[in-house]
Design a protein around this ligand. Structure first.
Ligand SMILES: Cc1cc2nc3c(=O)[nH]c(=O)nc-3n(C[C@H](O)[C@H](O)[C@H](O)COP(=O)(O)OP(=O)(O)OC[C@H]3O[C@@H](n4cnc5c(N)ncnc54)[C@H](O)[C@@H]3O)c2cc1C
Length: 375
């Protein structure tokens, strides 16, 4: 049986960040990921500046490259006003195709081992794990991180979700060219039953990504009809979609999404990224949270693995404490903001109030974001 100090299930932003941190400290790290790199992913692709210096520190350069610098948020209601405000920290437009691949390359440089397959089961036996991987021998590991994203086969086998639990959202993403959208602006535009984020990524491409309730989507049955009949009721989105040309042959979509906090430790596995908790995408902070959370998990894991500071139980408690201190309130605020944004009357009223003072909106944005990671 092969052995690893740490096995990480899922090589998205959280899993790759944890792999870089732990391999830099000298541990033997294995990442099991379903899909090879580079690959597109459903995401708004606006990443907060709060993690840029940290990424630089771990050897992932987001500064030297010519990624769009975003400093303004534009908000609009379907039948109401539009407001623009300067973002307190701002962010970068970068595709997941590019970003995940940059982290993957750093992992390869650090000698992290990758297995491109699916983890089907994890057993904890007194002080180590046996991890079952589709069509591969079992791997023994001293510690396992769960970074398998919003939804996985493992949620059910680890009893983190029942098969009947409701996941009422779907998301659609496509890159476009020739559309009109300024490179320094991230737009957030509401429509009946959902909202769309729009921003530039590298090479002048524009990403349009929206979240819609399955309830509002189901009677249209396909993305083209939904774009024409529902998304385009918002005048900003109508104008964009009528000029822009899709780069993808077909938009990407994912269904059965739910939001909120989840167990941070299950069967002694430390969960990070979306597996630990999913913030509503309108906050534009899920990627930074996934990276920051993975940094926290790797830091407490180091105190356990190095054998002198924390026992397994105290490591798990420490992780829960630090994660909650950083992210619990942001997830709650995101829930509240999303319910306001999807309520046409309240959202209209809210935008009219906000239009009178940038300060109010900026202070809400500050509370959905964190401060730069200090490592
Ligand atoms: C519509 C939408 C728009 C968003 N827009 C933004 C935005 O603009 N800005 C922002 O900061 N955040 C945004 N987010 C949030 C952001 O996308 C996530 O928070 C982020 O991707 C979380 O990273 P992760 O590593 O936890 O999960 P993921 O990136 O989903 O990675 C999980 C990985 O695990 C793998 N996996 C799953 N199960 C297994 C298994 N059993 N075995 C092996 N591998 C497995 C998957 O293949 C996947 O690669 C958005 C989210 C949504 C839904």
């Amino acid at each position: 049986m092969k052995c690893a100090d740490v096995l990480i299930i899922g090589g998205g932003l959280a899993g790759l960040t944890a792999a870089i941190e732990l391999s830099t400290k000298g541990y033997r790290v294995v990442v099991v990921e379903k899909k090879p790199y580079p690959r597109h992913k459903v995401c708004g692709e606006y990443i907060s500046q709060e993690i840029v210096p940290y990424m630089q520190g771990i050897g992932v350069n987001l500064i030297a490259n010519d990624f769009p610098q975003i400093d303004t948020l534009q908000l609009s209601a379907q039948n109401g006003p539009a407001v623009s405000v300067k973002l307190p920290l701002g962010g970068i437009g970068i595709s997941r195709y590019e970003l995940d691949n940059l982290l993957y390359e750093k992992c390869i440089y650090n000698n992290v081992k990758f297995i491109f397959s699916t983890v089907t089961n994890v057993q904890f036996n007194s002080d180590d794990f046996k991890v079952t991987i589709e069509s591969n021998p079992k791997i023994k590991a001293g510690l396992v991180f769960g970074a398998f994203g919003k939804r996985s086969n493992l949620d059910v086998s680890l009893k983190r979700r029942t098969p009947r639990q409701k996941s009422p959202w779907l998301a659609v993403k496509c890159h476009y060219e020739y559309g009109k959208h300024p490179s320094n602006v991230v737009g957030l535009h509401n429509f009946e039953g959902g909202y769309a984020g729009i921003s530039q990524v590298e090479k002048g491409k524009i990403n349009l990504c929206y979240l819609a309730s399955f309830e509002s989507f189901k009677s249209y049955g396909n993305i083209e009809a939904f774009n024409a009949e529902v998304v385009s009721k918002n005048p900003f989105l109508a104008e964009f979609l009528s000029n822009a040309i899709p780069v993808f042959q077909n938009p990407l979509s994912i269904a059965q999404i739910s939001f909120g906090k989840r167990p941070l430790v299950s069967n002694h596995i430390l969960m990070c990224g979306d597996t630990a908790g999913i913030i509503h995408p309108l906050c534009g902070n899920g990627m930074a949270m996934a990276i920051h959370g993975a940094y926290i998990a790797a830091s407490v894991a180091h105190k356990f693995l190095s054998g002198y500071e924390l026992s397994r139980t105290s490591m798990e408690k420490q992780y829960e404490k630090e994660w909650n201190a950083h992210f619990k309130n942001r997830i709650r605020l995101g829930e509240w903001l999303q319910s306001v944004m999807l309520h046409t009357k309240w959202f209209n009223l809210g935008l009219r109030t906000i239009a009178k003072s940038d300060y109010l909106l900026q202070s809400i944005i500050r509370q959905t974001h964190g401060t730069p990671i200090l490592n």
